[in-house]
Structure formats: C-alpha cells, structure tokens
Design a protein around this ligand. Structure first.
Ligand code: 5GP
Length: 134
C-alpha cells in the first residue's frame, strides 16, 4: 500500500509543496516546530533512509541542501537544522528546520497551529527563494 508521502507526491493528498525535481519532493510539515519546517522525501518509496543507495542518499542531500538554502533565505535563521527520525511515517524523509537555538529542534516541543493562509504564504516564500524553480 502506498505511504501517505507517496500519495502526497502523486497529488492524491494535498500538500504545501516548496520544491520538486524528478527524484525528490519537498513540502511543509503539517505539524511544524517552527515556520518553515519542511520535509524532503524521495519519490521512490523506501522506509528506512539508510536503505537508499549511496548515490540516492547523496542526491537527496544535495536536493535538501538547496531547499535548506531557500528556507534560510525566506526565513532568516542562524542555521537550518537537519533531522532524520522516520518513526511515524514509513517513507524516508529529512526534516529541515530553520533554527535560532538548539531547542528549536526539540521534537517534544509543542507544534505550531497554522492556518491555510499562513501555510500558503510560507510555501510561496520558500518556493520563490528556491533556485531550482522553473
Ligand atoms: P517522523 O516519521 O520523522 O517521526 O515524523 C513524520 C513527520 O511527518 C511529522 O513531523 C508529521 O507532522 C509529518 N506528517 C505526517 N503526516 C503528514 C501529512 O499528511 N502531511 C504533512 N505535510 N506532514 C505530515
């Protein structure tokens, strides 16, 4: 059965997409720790990120790097932190989180509740800052 992230990639479930190429897809986490919290997923359905080949994992990180640069441009921050957990959704993904402090990366923090308009505005700001956009 397709994962929820495969359904998002296929457009069967809506998402706030910030970047996409032929192999990867980046969209806003629906329960963000901070504004700009983004997920990067491979279009290929693999549960554990370290089951990707060396080449796929490297390419995923290069794609994530350019999304991170766009996030930082759109939401000025000290750094964009990267995290891999993957216990909730069995489809490999990288969390990209704009951070001012280490504590911004704590997944035990309360999640933001954002309106559709707020998500759309964040999506647009990051997408516009992404250098890979068409
Ligand atoms: P993890 O698997 O890394 O523990 O967490 C999965 C992440 O995916 C969570 O941060 C959660 O908020 C996010 N997530 C789960 N379902 C959806 C969804 O349907 N849409 C979006 N945009 N994010 C989701």
């Amino acid at each position: 059965m397709a994962t929820i992230f495969s359904k998002i990639v296929a457009g069967e479930i809506p998402s706030y997409k910030v970047a996409e190429d032929d192999k990867f897809y980046a969209f806003l986490d629906i329960n963000p720790l901070v504004k700009g919290h983004t997920l990067v997923v491979p279009k290929k359905e693999v549960d554990y990120i370290y089951d990707l080949s060396d080449e796929e994992l490297a390419a995923m990180h290069v794609f994530a790097k350019h999304v991170a640069l766009a996030i930082q441009k759109a939401f000025p921050c000290r750094k964009v932190g990267e995290a891999v957990i993957g216990l909730e959704v069995p489809h490999a993904h990288i969390h990209l989180i704009p951070i001012q402090n280490e504590s911004d990366m704590l997944f035990s923090n309360p999640k933001l509740k954002l309106s559709d308009e707020e998500f759309k505005s964040i999506e647009e700001r990051i997408h516009n800052a992404w250098e890979g956009k068409a």
